[in-house]
Design a protein around this ligand. Structure first.
Ligand code: C2O
Ligand code: CU
Ligand code: CU
Length: 496
């Protein structure tokens, strides 16, 4: 094979590796000119898909094992990282509304940890919060029935005080929930890794040897790295084969806010946010995601296009720096995309009833407290009736950036008139940015799972703040029983 054929093939197949690895082209033949510099980009890693068949009882069982491994965060420099079923990140789990699922989570790490299903609607005992510790060598087997709209959710450890470290070392993965009953679903690109692309965004600080550097618990925010990874790939390139691509974006960084834009200004059509699809696509040229947030966007390409997705400094302390994240290179012939849907359906608006309960939360970044108190695993802070729709007001009274995530729920950001905020900001969410010196008001839809003992969490998703104590606990219980609920944690505090 000559060099030209190799390059053409490499472009088609996304083949990796230096050319010297190709037996016929060692570059040592006398008189042969030195090969031109290699394209520095690396094909985007696509996390493997995990979609187990249902067993005789109709249960899909996902197997996840956390362990340390060797992974090259810098090309050619393998270093120790943590991952699920591999050295870095984890497989993309995929299941549908109505599925009964079971998880088997093995901890082969040297430390206890937990696995939380962020964005998933489920009973608190299955949620994988700080109480559901999995000791080294042990495993945990939660299970539930998926009952929520189609959405891009994710999973990551949640041990109190250790989340920043465990996520930084590599433990995170996507969990895609489909809704096969949704008539809109078939009109959106949905071939995983081809026109439906997971993009897990993270930033790191690396040593010269490519090892993880920096202290996720240092300074006001922990890590704000200068090495951009997409699905664990640096200088990533994606080879586009279709005229329209759906991107499932996840901010899995410890602290960074991504202010996403294409270098050539091409529009992003936002079709979904954390909790599901929007009523209709919303076109934008920049899309901001704080840690833990997701978005689904459609992007159009012409044949032979080359387009770079970047994060752009918008003046915010957590969005510092302009960085290229991923280059899209389109083939000479692209498969035609179906017409852009005018409407998407999406879950119904969350409407607080007249006289809805209003709860206020004051975030203080000086001492990482909420309403003056740091996280206490033995204290239940709030008791909420199941299926309630409440208004939660989150106030950031200081100069540091925060965001706010609530487990299990879906919420909508309200504007000043008490209606859902315009554009994609008004979509269903579970995590929202709370800028310095501002207040956000949320219409929060709680779930149907009653448990007076096991709590869910709410917290800032800047992991340094969360680990530092900016977190609280709530239980959801049968209406009318709120006053009987113990305000101290009475559970066993062990998952297995
Ligand atoms: Cu993504 Cu409580 O976490
Ligand atoms: Cu969560
Ligand atoms: Cu914060």
């Amino acid at each position: 094979m000559n060099r030209r054929t190799f390059l053409a093939l490499a472009a088609l197949t996304g083949a990796t590796g230096p050319l010297t690895g190709c037996g016929t082209n060692t570059g040592t033949a006398p008189g042969r000119p030195a090969p031109p510099p290699r394209d520095p980009s690396t094909p985007l890693r696509i996390p493997p898909l995990l979609h187990p068949e249902a067993d005789a009882d109709g249960v899909r069982t996902f197997e996840l094992a956390m362990a340390a491994g060797q992974f090259a965060l810098k090309p050619g420099r393998p270093t120790t990282t943590w991952g699920f079923n591999g050295p870095y990140l984890g497989p993309t789990l995929r299941a549908s509304r109505g599925d009964r699922i079971a998880m088997t989570v093995h901890n082969r790490l040297p430390e206890a940890t937990t696995v939380h299903w962020h964005g998933t609607r489920l009973p608190a005992a299955m949620d994988g919060g700080p109480h559901q510790l999995i000791e080294p060598g042990a495993s945990w087997t939660p299970g539930w029935t998926i009952d929520q709209p189609a959405a891009t959710t994710w999973y990551h450890p949640h041990p109190h005080g250790e989340t920043a470290q465990h996520v930084y070392r590599g433990l995170a993965g996507l969990f895609i929930i489909d809704d096969d009953q949704d008539p809109q679903a078939g009109r959106l690109p949905s071939t995983y890794g081809v026109d439906d692309i997971p993009l897990i965004l993270q930033d790191k600080t690396l040593t010269a040897d490519g090892a993880l550097d920096g202290d996720p618990l240092a300074g006001p925010y922990g890590i704000l790295g200068d090495r951009m990874l997409v699905n664990g790939t640096t200088d990533a390139r994606f080879d586009v084969t279709t005229g329209r691509v759906r991107l499932r974006l996840l901010n899995a960084a410890n602290a960074r806010v991504y202010n996403l834009a294409f270098a050539d200004g091409r529009p992003l059509r936002v079709i979904g946010t954390d909790g599901g699809l929007l009523p209709a696509p919303v076109e934008t040229d920049t899309l901001t995601l704080s840690p833990g947030e997701r978005a689904e966007v459609l992007v159009d390409f012409d044949p032979l296009d080359s387009a770079v997705l970047r994060t752009v400094d918008n003046g915010l302390d957590l969005a510092r720096g302009d960085f290229d994240l991923l280059r899209f290179t389109a083939a000479a012939r692209l498969r035609t995309a179906p017409a852009l849907p005018a409407t998407l359906g999406g879950p119904p608006a969350i409407v607080p009833p007249d006289g809805a309960t209003v709860r206020q939360f004051l975030l203080n970044g000086r001492d990482n407290t909420i309403n003056g108190r740091p996280m206490d695993m033995d204290r239940i802070d709030e008791v909420v009736p199941v299926d309630a729709v409440e208004i939660w007001e989150i106030r950031n009274g200081g100069g540091l950036s925060h965001n706010f995530h609530i487990h299990e729920v879906a919420f909508q950001l309200l504007d000043d008139d008490g209606r859902p905020a315009p554009g994609y900001a008004g979509g269903h969410k579970d995590t929202v940015f709370v800028p310095a010196n501002s207040t956000v008001r949320l219409a929060v839809q709680f779930g149907p799972y009653s448990d007076p003992v096991e709590p869910y969490m709410y917290h800032c998703h800047v992991l340094r703040h969360e680990d530092g104590g900016m977190m609280g606990q709530f239980v959801t219980v049968e209406p009318g029983t709120e006053d009987e609920v113990p305000r101290t944690y009475r559970g066993t505090g062990r998952a297995g």
